[in-house]
Every structure is written in C-alpha cells, then in structure tokens.
Ligand binder design. Structure first.
Ligand code: URA
Length: 215
C-alpha cells in the first residue's frame, strides 16, 4: 500500500501528461496561488466497498480545496446525500479540513486535474485512465463503482478493458462487470443537472438507497 502511494504518478503535483491541463494549472497557480492547483487525490480509504467516480475537479471546488467535490455545488448535494445514507460522518464544511469522514466509500475523478470550462477532452480522459485502473485494482474489497455521468461511466468501462457497448448508461441502472463487481450509474450531481431537473434530490437518493441494498 505504501508503495502504491509513493509511486502513484497521479499524486505527483507536476504530472505533465496533458499539455492543455498543465497550461491551465500554470495560469491558475498565477491567478490563485492559494489554491491546490494540482492533481486532486482520491478521498476515503482503499478498503471501501464503494467507489464514486466523478468527472474532474471544479476550478473553485476540488482544485481549490484539494479534495474531490469539496467547495462547489456538486459537492453540496453529494456530501449531504452521503451523510444522509451513513456513507459519511461528521459535518461537511466545504473545505478539506472539515473533519468529514467517509464510511466505506472512496471518491475519485475520471480526470484528476481541473480542465478549462469543466470539460476534459478525450485525450485527457485517456491519459488519466491508468490512474483510475490502478485505483480500482488497489481496492480489494470493492463491490460497487458508482459513475456520476456518462463520461465517468465510459471511463470506468475502458479503465477495466470493457468496450463501451458492454453497458449502456442509465440513471439508477446497475451493470454486472464481474460476479462480484457492479457498475452503478447516476446522472452527475452538477448544478446544471439539478437546475434543469434532469436530476432531482429524490432521484439521487434513489441511487444511494439502491446501492445500500446491494452492498
Ligand atoms: N468536483 C469533482 O471533484 N468532481 C466532479 O465531477 C465535479 C465536481
């Protein structure tokens, strides 16, 4: 485990795999020197049974605080829901120092560096894929991967060597990836999706209730 952290390249703050994201990081280091401005490490322990996969850090959310989904709108809904279902304890305070503890859950992103306009391009997802693969392989007790949005769904499939046709994204759908591993889907808990009504709080809770039942 120690070796994993020492050698895990996505935890190196100067990863250079994506030139566009490196440029953006350098700009952000100049504009917001107090921000994290580096690949955002996963949150939660590797012995969790549930892995939540988001898209990429938000500029003033995870890229600022250094913790996935922390400090932006998507995190408000995600952490409130995790607390409601006992997947987290403590209180969410929108900073990495709020003392919130995840219970049996780990949270990561398909792309670990903040992309311009919140939109990673295909090559960036591909470059970051080995880190997702390593992450999944390091979770020995993993039972369910929850993909937030189609990009995360597709990223999880390809990180495990599946074709995109192996499982079609559907909100609150569960796909059997292996006898002991399920992929669950939810629409992403972004402000856009909740404002447009694509995802309601109730629909998001349905996903976690279904996960609880299956763990
Ligand atoms: N913050 C993250 O860390 N990931 C997302 O997908 C959205 C916001």
């Amino acid at each position: 485990l120690k070796l994993f952290f020492m050698t895990h390249p996505s935890l190196q703050s100067d990863c250079e795999l994506c030139p566009r994201l490196v440029d953006f990081r350098e700009d952000n280091r100049a504009s917001y020197p107090e921000f994290h401005n580096a690949p955002v490490p996963s949150f939660g322990t590797l012995d969790a049974r549930l892995l939540i996969v988001g898209l990429a850090p938000g500029l003033k959310g995870a890229n600022q605080t250094g913790r996935p989904f922390t400090g932006d709108y998507a995190g408000d809904l995600l952490y409130a829901t995790l607390l409601k279902f006992g997947f987290a304890t403590g209180a969410y305070g929108a900073t990495a120092e709020d003392g919130l503890k995840l219970q049996d859950v780990r949270i990561t992103n398909a792309v670990r560096c903040v992309p311009p306009q919140n939109k990673p391009v295909g090559a960036e997802v591909k470059n970051c894929r080995p880190f997702l693969t390593q992450e999944i392989e390091a979770m020995e007790k993993l039972e369910i991967i929850l993909a937030l949005g189609t990009l995360a769904h597709n990223g999880v499939l390809s990180s495990l060597g599946f074709k995109q046709s192996a499982a079609k994204f559907g909100h609150c759908k569960f796909h059997e990836l292996a006898p002991d591993l399920l992929l669950a889907d939810s629409y992403h808990c972004s402000r856009y999706n909740t404002n447009t009504g694509r995802l309601t709080e109730e629909m998001f809770c349905d996903v976690f209730a279904a996960i609880k039942e299956r763990l």
